[in-house]
Design a protein around this ligand. Structure first.
Ligand SMILES: Cc1cc2nc3c(=O)[nH]c(=O)nc-3n(C[C@H](O)[C@H](O)[C@H](O)COP(=O)(O)OP(=O)(O)OC[C@H]3O[C@@H](n4cnc5c(N)ncnc54)[C@H](O)[C@@H]3O)c2cc1C
Length: 399
């Protein structure tokens, strides 16, 4: 029998940051992390763009706006303090036509309200800044950076263990019972805790179901396909280059991103995956697929965005379509430059009416707190999210 003060489900960056924060905030408390994989941080925490976001896109007053700005500073400070390689690259948002330029103005206004420093570049200044990038104007955001979030997560795991915490890998949670304590059934037997926090990423809705709560959304998995450019093209840009996103869509658009290992990637697009952890296009998980296909929210989402859905699908299957999106702002990239690179799968929470949940979302009961929705920029925001969780836990425990 394994008894702990706090049980944390999920060994991704949020679970590990939370475990560490619980140890700091509740001195002397026993903490364990339960992770179903044999290695930590191999899902969203490993498969992402590695951008320390500044907070450009997020609605003023939202948790995303608050936590991203703070997380940007805290991630950089953590990396500095623990010799984790990162770079303060800044990033460019490039407007390629009149409509983009108008949307860019809205983003600049958002940045002003969110207190994010920006500088507007005209066509010539953009050319001087990034000679291989074309656009009618651009916005320079100096505080963005790049890092390998898996390394950040693994450092947090090291800290959890050296502070006396236990991390159980190969430990899949399959049932939870909340009584005067929390009983957690796993592939390694039962665990008991005074309080449970779940940070299960692509499976957050399933944990909510295990607790018997009525879930107001379902997680739909969206693959983000990337390519790596060949080594002789890895310097064609020196900053992350982002298009101006369509504000009606939940994803940011295909961008060029210098990675911390010196390579240059392009991506990610967004197409529905046939499995929650379906990193290759044809990976199918029958349970995931059946749940998705029987969910009204999926059809309503597709009906809401029929054109973007078809375009994304076409560009995923037809590489010249994908290339065209990059060539809008970087004509130097050719079809031959699109070399294989692992895809990521985003956990996108979707309501039954097809609306995507935008902000971070938490679901709580007397002895549990579940991270329901933690999409990008949750890797950047992991430390403030962890602090927020601990504040909520403290309030629940003292209630
Ligand atoms: C393509 C892509 C690009 C992105 N780009 C960025 C970016 O540039 N910057 C940024 O800030 N964010 C980015 N994000 C978002 C960011 O990666 C995620 O929001 C963040 O990693 C979420 O962390 P997590 O710990 O919640 O999830 P995860 O890393 O997915 O961890 C959840 C863990 O829970 C475990 N788990 C689930 N169910 C169970 C169970 N029943 N029992 C035991 N363990 C369980 C899983 O195995 C997993 O290890 C991106 C995401 C994707 C997919």
């Amino acid at each position: 029998m394994k008894n702990y003060d706090f049980i944390v489900i999920g060994g991704g960056i949020i679970g590990l940051a939370t475990a560490r924060q619980l140890q700091t905030q509740f001195q002397g408390a026993t903490v364990t992390v339960l992770e179903k994989e044999k290695e930590l941080a191999i899902h969203q925490t490993r498969h992402n763009s590695g951008v320390i976001h500044a907070g450009v896109y997020y609605a003023p007053g939202s948790l995303k706006a608050r936590f991203c700005r703070e997380g940007n500073l805290r991630t950089k400070a953590f990396c500095k303090g623990h010799n984790i390689p990162f770079r303060e690259t800044g990033k460019l948002l490039v407007a390629t036509d009149k409509q983009d330029a108008m949307r860019m103005q809205d983003l600049i206004e958002r940045c002003r309200i969110n207190k994010i420093e920006t500088e507007v570049l005209d066509q010539q200044q953009l050319r001087d800044f990034e000679p291989n990038v074309e656009g009618v104007a651009a916005t320079w955001v100096p505080s963005s950076g790049i890092v390998d979030f898996e390394q950040v997560a693994k450092k947090l795991a090291e800290q959890v263990v050296s502070a006396g915490g236990r991390i159980h890998t190969n430990c899949q949670v399959s049932a939870i019972k909340e009584t005067t304590q929390v009983e957690v059934k796993t592939s390694q037997g039962y665990f008991y805790g005074r309080f449970l926090v779940s940070c299960a990423g692509l499976h957050s809705d399933r944990i909510i179901q295990m607790l018997g709560h009525q879930s107001t959304f379902k997680i739909l998995p969206f693959r983000g396909e990337y390519f790596r450019l060949p080594a002789d093209k890895s310097q064609i840009v020196t900053h992350p280059i982002y298009p101006i996103p369509n504000p009606e869509l939940p994803f940011l658009g295909i961008h060029l991103t210098p990675m911390i290992d010196g390579s240059l990637t392009v991506g990610p697009n967004a197409t529905l995956a046939l499995a929650r952890e379906g990193y290759s296009r044809w990976t199918v998980n029958l349970r995931d697929l059946a749940e998705m296909m029987s969910y009204s929210g999926l059809y309503k989402l597709v009906m809401k965005y029929p054109r973007p859905t078809l375009i994304e699908l076409k560009n995923s299957l037809y590489r010249p379509g994908y290339l065209k999106l990059v060539n809008r702002y970087c004509p130097q990239v050719t079809l031959d430059d699109l070399r294989p690179y692992p895809a990521g799968v985003r956990a996108q929470a979707v309501k039954p009416d097809g609306t995507t949940l935008d902000d971070f979302l938490f679901v709580e009961s007397e002895r549990t707190l579940i991270v329901g929705n933690a999409p990008s920029p949750a890797a950047t925001s992991a430390m403030p999210i962890a602090q927020h969780i601990c504040e909520k836990v403290e309030a629940l425990i003292n209630y």
